[in-house]
Structures are given as structure tokens and as C-alpha cells.
Design a protein around this ligand. Sequence first.
Ligand code: CTP
Length: 219
Amino acid sequence: MRVLITAGPTYEPLDPVRFLGNRSTGKMGYALAEAFAAAGATVVLISGPTHLPDPLHPAIGTTRVETAVEMFTAAAAVADAADIWVFAAAVADYRPAAVAQEKIKKSGETLTLDLVKNVDIASTLGQRKRPEQFAVGFALETTNELAHAQDKLRRKGFNLIIMNSLRDVGAGFGHDTNKVTVLDQAGAVLNFELKNKTDLAVDLVALVLARFQLLHPAV
Ligand code: CTP
């Protein structure tokens, strides 16, 4: 069983000292990497910048990247060989249109940045997904959570989507705990209790492997 996991934020450079980023810590993706490895899988963990050390488990290979484009290139290189894809990264949807070679100097009272859309890693890889491959996405929502997550599941070709609501105390970015709801393609909704991310990852891996086996009774 080979598993590809994207994790952490992406940093999109503006100039040699500044970037656009987000508050993802990578904890959920790293916990999933550990849980898949503990379940016997070989894991490629493609991580944006985090403060976490590389996982020590010998079945986890970690590739460090900075930008969405780098994360896409690293993921695309291993996607065909992976049985399961888990998109846990908080990828920046836009990046600065140009990266200044020198530090941008302070001038006017306002500053307008031109941004261009980044590649959607999950959607782009989804277009070449084979029927026997299994894709898991994440959705971080603040309103109309179920409807938005269901829409993302369909648009991005996920088999399962793991939804966080920022309205839940202790869920999402920066916390050691998380509270998620998992949706599948048939419209089933599975609620998980608030748990620390390590325990939640073990439960999620058990669910993903059980669903994967349903696609592959012989594996
Ligand atoms: N994702 C990705 N590449 C992107 C953006 C998102 O691979 N450029 C993946 C995330 O890793 C996650 C899923 O897509 O598994 C949903 O991410 P999210 O940011 O919630 O979705 P968006 O399509 O960016 O929707 P929104 O309009 O809510 O930002």
C-alpha cells in the first residue's frame, strides 16, 4: 500500500524576505503519515514549511517544498504510483504575479498586490486518477459547511472528504485537537468526536483503509 500525503501550508514569495502564507501547522497531515505507516503503508509525505521534524518512521519519506507549484511538481511525480492520495495541505489559492528580485521598499500609503491563481493540486491530479486509486480531501469551512464540502468532494473527484468547521472549538489550524465530519460520494455523513490529532488520525486511517478495501476486495 503506497500513500501520498500533502501537508502544511504553502509559502508564496513576494520578494527575498516576504511571503504570503497561512496558519496551517501540518500536524494533521503528519499524524496521518504516522498512522498510515503504523498500519503498514509506505508513505510519501510532501510538506510545506512547518516547525515539525521529519517523521522518524522508516516507511515515511518526507519531501520539503515551499510553494504550491513545488508541491504540485513533487506530488505529480509520485501520484501514479500511489494507491491512496490524501490532500491535507492548506495550499495558497493565489500567488504574487511577480516575485521582486530585491526587497520591496516602503513608498505610498497603500500597496496593491497582483495575484494569480495557483494550480489546484487535488483537482489537477484528480483528472488522471485511475478508478482503483482512492483520493481523500480536506475542507475547512466557516458557513454552509456540509453543502460546501459536498460540492468540493464532487468537483475534486474525492472518494472521501474530511471537513473541519472553524465554528467548532478546538478544531482546525494550530490546535492539537480536531473535530471532523467525513462525507462520502453516496452522501453518508460520519461525525467524529473532538480528539487529539494523533488519535483522530488512527480513526481516519482505519476508515480510509476499510473504504479502500471495498474498492479492492482482493488486495
Ligand atoms: N487543494 C489543493 N490545491 C489547491 C487548493 C486546495 O490540493 N490549490 C486541496 C486541499 O489540500 C484540500 C482541498 O483541496 O484537500 C480543499 O481545499 P480548500 O482550500 O478548502 O478548497 P478550495 O478549492 O480552495 O475552496 P475555497 O473556495 O473554499 O478556498
